[in-house]
Design a protein around this ligand. Structure first.
Ligand SMILES: [Mn+2]
Length: 347
């Protein structure tokens, strides 16, 4: 892999040396890559550099990925705001991972923006908010933030290219985050992604355990939900768009927990004639719809999410929101909105 910019790696090394207390943060509704990258960097900073480093996430992550955190100190701002604010108040260095701007950190946005600490961005989404950070590591040409962080960590003086010097929990977290963002090597995979995996395996990281946690540890509810959605709810348009809408009512009926509908949006892409897949989840807490979009090569999920759902993300994997009454008058109009947006977009 082309090394990340050596000059800014050296600066990051110096900024870490100069810091006593560090805050690691990531985007709202943290996924495996967000949790994996913050946990990995936290463990490195604590175990190798002796820093008072804490992961502070906007809200809780799902149980499916809890194994990644192991015994790392992780605070959820929505659950323990006082503790989180106290740590940020004494923080010298804020590192924002898998998140291109503080406005994706929900309640943390104002506190982080106002903090006088030095700020670093490590990410792989399009459109980083460069002005908000003193150091920016940003490239979309990489599998995941975990991979990006891996190559940056190898440039640190004490690691010097030897993945075996990374703490074990950090190595596992990096492998897990990359695995979730690539759907286990199915998308966004670069030659460097295999190199990273190879180096982590050579260092003794237990991939079978990671895979077992990620793919063979679901609750029965999720699998029953998949059967229901694919059997009863999936609609495929003549233009090759797959649409699934999960209502707040169904969410309750299946007793789902946060994150348990994650990844279902990918499934209709297995159908030959499907070119783009849209998954809407009515979110009971704010009443709006959370949208996930996945597409096959040649169709931009990012453009679609940006144009119609106040969102964005990666070329083939992105997300957004559908608000009412701003975008639609009542929740029941969601499907009609999606159908008309698709007609415009695929025309
Ligand atoms: Mn990511």
């Amino acid at each position: 892999m082309d090394c990340p910019d050596l000059h800014i790696c050296a600066l990051l090394d110096q900024w870490i040396d100069a810091a006593g207390t560090v805050t690691l943060t990531a985007h709202t509704f943290p996924d495996g890559d967000a949790l994996g990258s913050t946990v990995a960097l936290c463990r490195y900073l604590r175990e190798r550099r002796g820093k008072d480093a804490v992961v502070i996430l906007p809200n809780p992550y799902s149980e499916d990925i809890a194994f990644i955190a192991a015994d790392t100190p992780v605070l959820c701002y929505s659950k323990s705001p006082e503790q989180a604010e106290a740590h940020i108040a004494r923080t010298d260095l804020v590192i924002c991972l898998d998140c291109n701007a503080f406005n994706r950190t929900e309640g943390l946005q104002d506190i982080l923006s106002a903090s006088s600490a030095r700020k670093v961005l490590i990410d792989h989404h399009l459109g980083p908010d460069r002005d908000a950070f003193g150091l920016v590591f940003s490239t979309p040409d990489i599998s995941s933030t975990c991979e990006h962080l891996f190559w940056i960590l190898l440039q640190m003086k004490d690691i010097a290219g030897d993945a075996g010097k990374l703490p074990e929990v950090a190595r596992t977290a990096l492998l897990a985050g990359m695995t979730t963002d690539t759907n286990n090597f199915a998308n966004s995979v670069f030659p460097s992604t295999f190199e990273m995996a190879s180096a982590l395996l050579a260092a003794g990281t237990d991939r079978e355990s990671v895979l077992s946690h990620l793919y063979n540890s679901y609750r029965e509810n999720r699998i029953r939900l998949i059967g229901y959605l694919l059997g009863e709810k999936l609609r495929i348009t003549d233009s090759g768009a797959a649409i699934m809408i999960l209502t707040a009512d169904e969410y309750r009926r299946f007793r789902l927990r946060e994150g348990e509908s994650e990844g279902i949006v990918n499934m209709p892409l297995a159908i030959r004639r499907v070119r783009i897949s849209i998954f809407l989840k009515e979110y009971a807490e704010d009443g709006n719809f959370h949208i996930s979009v996945r597409s096959k090569r040649g169709i931009s999920a990012a453009d679609y999410a940006r144009e119609f759902f106040h969102g964005g993300g990666h070329e083939l994997a992105s997300g957004g929101r559908l608000y009412y009454p701003r975008d639609i008058a009542v929740p029941e109009e969601a499907e009609a909105y999606v159908l008309s947006s698709l007609e415009k977009f695929l025309a």
